[in-house]
Each structure stands twice: as C-alpha cells, then as structure tokens.
Write a protein that binds this ligand. Sequence first.
Ligand SMILES: Nc1ncnc2c1ncn2[C@@H]1O[C@H](COP(=O)(O)OP(=O)(O)OP(=O)(O)O)[C@@H](O)[C@H]1O
Ligand SMILES: O=C(O)c1ccc[n+]([C@@H]2O[C@H](COP(=O)([O-])O)[C@@H](O)[C@H]2O)c1
Length: 190
Amino acid sequence: MKVGLFFGSFNPIHQGHLIIAQAVLNQTEVDQIWFVVSPQNPHKKSKSLLHEFDRLDLVERAISDNYAFKSSDIEFKLPRPSYTIDTLVHIAERHPTTEFKLILGGDNLEQFKSWKNYNQLLDYYGLYVYPRGEEAASDLWEHKNVQRIEAPVLHISATYIRSCIQQGQSIKYLVPDEVESLIAAKKFYL
Ligand SMILES: Nc1ncnc2c1ncn2[C@@H]1O[C@H](COP(=O)(O)OP(=O)(O)OP(=O)(O)O)[C@@H](O)[C@H]1O
Ligand SMILES: O=C(O)c1ccc[n+]([C@@H]2O[C@H](COP(=O)([O-])O)[C@@H](O)[C@H]2O)c1
C-alpha cells in the first residue's frame, strides 16, 4: 500500500486541505491519505492553537465521508516539538510494508532545507508538492523524488478562518458543515 502523509497543525482543518488531499489521491498512486495532526510545529508559535484533541476531532469530522482519508494522532505520543523525520521513522517502523510519501505545500518547500534531516526525508520518502499561491522559489523542484501536484490554488488559511470567527463572521463554505457546527457549539477560537 502507498500512503500520502499530510502533516499539519489543522487549526482548524479547512476546504483547502481537503481539496489538496483529493488532488493527491487523483494524481498519484497513493491509496490513502493520512492527516497527521501535529501538536506543535517546531517553526510556529500560536496563541490561538486549539488543544490537539479538539483539532483531531475536527479533522475526523471533516474526513468521515471519505474511506481513503484517515486521521493520525501519532505525534501526540512523541517528543515535542514535532519533527517530521522523527514521526516518519516511527510510522515506517510500525508499517514496514507500506510506502510513505510526504505531502507538502509550496510555501513549506521554500523553507524545507531548514527542516530537521530534510535530505533523509527527500531521499528515503519523497515529496508530493502542490502550489500555494506564488511559485515557490526552490531548486528542490528539480529533485528526482519531488513530484508536482496540480491543484487549484485556494487562498484559504486557518489564520483567516480564525480571524473571521473572532470578528463574528460566518465560516460557512470555508470548512465542511460538520466542522463549522462543532466550532460553533464549542465556541472555539472566540
Ligand atoms: N489553502 C491551502 N491550499 C493549499 N495548501 C494549504 C492550504 N492551507 C494550508 N495548506 C497546507 O496544509 C498544510 C497544513 O497547514 P496548516 O494546518 O498549518 O494550515 P494553514 O491554513 O497554513 O494554517 P495557519 O494559517 O494557521 O498557518 C501545510 O503544508 C500548508 O502548506
Ligand atoms: O521537521 C521539521 O523540522 C519541521 C519544520 C517545520 C514544520 N514541520 C511540520 O510541517 C507540518 C506543517 O506545519 P503547519 O503548521 O504549517 O501545518 C507540521 O506537521 C510541522 O510539524 C516540520
């Protein structure tokens, strides 16, 4: 089996994430996409970071209608902050017959060389990279283990969604209905 690993803070998950995941399923050999919720991105500090179990809950609601999408809380049990190479080695050890690829936005490709052991991620696993706005300036596009995914660029971000909520604006259509209703019921991000 081939699995695409989509790592993220998912604070919260939104339609941009889901569209990318579906594009990877459509355009590659992967059988499943696993959404790996990161409790703490090593390069991000956010005052409005929702508790990891709540973010996982939102992810599970968002993907429940797609059998090819799975959620993972594996990083909750690993040391923090979450370095992707450490998680990947851990996951790969537990699934020795599964082939893993990393799904990455163009924005993350630009800083990818600052990631822990990025060469190992490239050489042992490989990347599916999709555009996110302006073309990422990186020589890594030429790497043999980097495959470009064509997907519509949606300028939705979790930051924008959180700011809509704080301003009392609706987030309908930006997130799946099930995500919108849980955020409203639990008064997240207010
Ligand atoms: N609209 C989008 N289109 C394509 N990729 C996206 C989009 N939003 C997020 N991503 C990608 O999804 C992954 C996880 O992103 P993350 O959970 O941090 O969402 P975000 O919207 O970028 O969050 P924030 O605004 O809080 O920084 C990252 O690789 C990011 O590049
Ligand atoms: O491993 C690293 O050095 C590293 C550096 C920056 C980001 N990451 C991971 O990249 C993923 C995407 O982050 P985010 O917050 O943009 O969703 C998330 O799982 C982070 O832990 C990983």
